[in-house]
Design a protein around this ligand. Sequence first.
Ligand SMILES: O=C(O)CCC(=O)C(=O)O
Length: 244
Amino acid sequence: MSFAPTPQQMKQFKEEGYYISAPAFDAKMLAEVTKEFDRLHREVVEKAAATGEEKRIRLARLRPFIGEAHLKSDVLKEVVKAPVYTEACKALLGPDADLYYNQVVIKPPEQGMPFGWHQDTAYGPCEPMEYLTCWTAIGRAFVENGCVWIIPGSHKRGLLKHVRSEYSLDAVLEDEQGAIPVELEPGQVVIFNSLLLHKSGPNVSSEVRRAYVPQYHVSNVIEKATGQPHGDRFPVLRAGLRAA
Ligand SMILES: O=C(O)CCC(=O)C(=O)O
């Protein structure tokens, strides 16, 4: 099966800032990834508990963002080069792409915390500014378990002002007009422009929400503030082929 975006998906990405893939991972792979997520989550909770810091413990339990996951898991180091991602990179970034950042994001049942409206670019403005976020449902993602919401077309607004809140960086928005939830089956990926406004809701269901969020950029990205190379800088695509 080809995961290259269809002409219709390319059009949607250009006009609305996103497209949704078909399920891209089989049940065996999803089970393996789930096991890795749970191992990484246990480690983060244990580390946080050892510090005794209440805020850190709360975040580790209720909304862990576990970065550089490709360095912490051999399974995820392979997953970041899956065809659904490399094909998106080839079509939307060009023949050479690197992993920019990648995170395991978990929301436990009934208490998983929401995450406010933002554009990913705001977290570390770089040159060029736009990159790809590939939000991947490892299990089902639906409104009640805290799926991601997007505002289609909002990537055309440019980089908006963001303000720091207790746990995140939030876009300054007049309203949420046009927002839609992105409900996904296990293994589906919503691929969006890093300027697309998105948020995620709380988990009020009895089902854990697990998302893997690799992001990709053209190679040799420069951080605007420092002029220095930026991101994970892990090659995934070279001359249009999966990097070795
Ligand atoms: O998965 C989530 O709950 C939010 C993730 C997100 O917005 C991000 O990684 O930028």
